[in-house]
Write a protein that binds this ligand. Structure first.
Ligand code: 4FV
Length: 223
């Protein structure tokens, strides 16, 4: 999988060089390239934002640097081009799974009040939101999208890990997890988990998932 990220702050994406995503990148399981939109500004001062027509607070990212960056990075439109925005379709595990099948993603990160609509109309395939709240930039949402997608890329997760048994891959939320020590601050691990009876463990985990889902996300049970 090839991922191109267009941003005013490419250094923010360095966070992906840690942990699982970092190891996968070192192993060449995916190719991530970050492109600084400011490098494509034709303004002598490299200006990339301006005041909104019609008035209003804040600044809007100008269309020219973004359009030129997209055309330079993805000249044949081979990528699925995604703009991270609270206005977009909300990201779900199902959508993550679908997007993980793409060979090439281009992710545009907005800043300030957002991006000139004309570049979205001309160049973007999909607006995507990570949730109903407003952030200062699209870089963190882009990292959320990349991290969630990479977990479906072959060999990124070790053999011992799986995407099958976790929250949202099933319609129920994940059951509680425990590890050593068995007694921590006087709190012990549920006996069933150390019983060796796998059928009982599976039953306990399903009951816990149901209880947690009922408490925190009853809407998932309706589905
Ligand atoms: C966002 C979200 C988000 C809005 C203005 C970036 C910011 C600035 N992106 N899911 N929620 N983006 O808040 O994806 O341009």
């Amino acid at each position: 999988m090839k991922i191109d990220v267009l941003t005013l702050f490419p250094e923010m994406l360095d966070a992906l060089n840690c942990s699982l995503t970092g190891k996968a990148r070192e192993k060449g399981l995916y190719l991530l390239q970050c492109h600084n939109i400011r490098d494509y500004s034709r303004d002598k001062h490299k200006k990339c934002d301006d005041a909104p027509f019609g008035g209003g607070a804040g600044m809007v990212m100008m269309p020219q640097p973004i359009h030129d960056a997209i055309c330079a990075v993805d000249p044949t439109h081979s990528a699925k081009r995604i703009y991270m925005s609270p206005r977009g379709r909300v990201l779900t595990q199902q959508l993550v799974k679908e997007l993980s099948q793409q060979q090439h993603l281009l992710i545009l990160c907005g800043h300030y009040e957002g991006v000139d609509q004309r570049v979205l109309d001309m160049d973007i395939d999909m607006e995507l939101s990570i949730g109903d709240y407003v952030l200062s930039g699209g870089e963190i949402p882009a990292m959320v999208l990349i991290d969630s997608i990479l977990r479906y890329v072959p060999d990124v997760l070790g053999n011992s890990q799986s995407t099958e048994d976790e929250s949202f891959s099933q319609p129920l939320l994940e059951y509680p997890q425990y590890t050593r020590p068995q007694n921590f601050c006087g709190l012990t691990v549920p006996e069933v988990l150390v019983s060796g009876d796998h059928a009982k463990v599976d039953q306990w985990r399903r009951e816990q998932s149901l209880e947690i889902t009922r408490k925190n996300r009853p809407d998932l049970l309706e589905k």
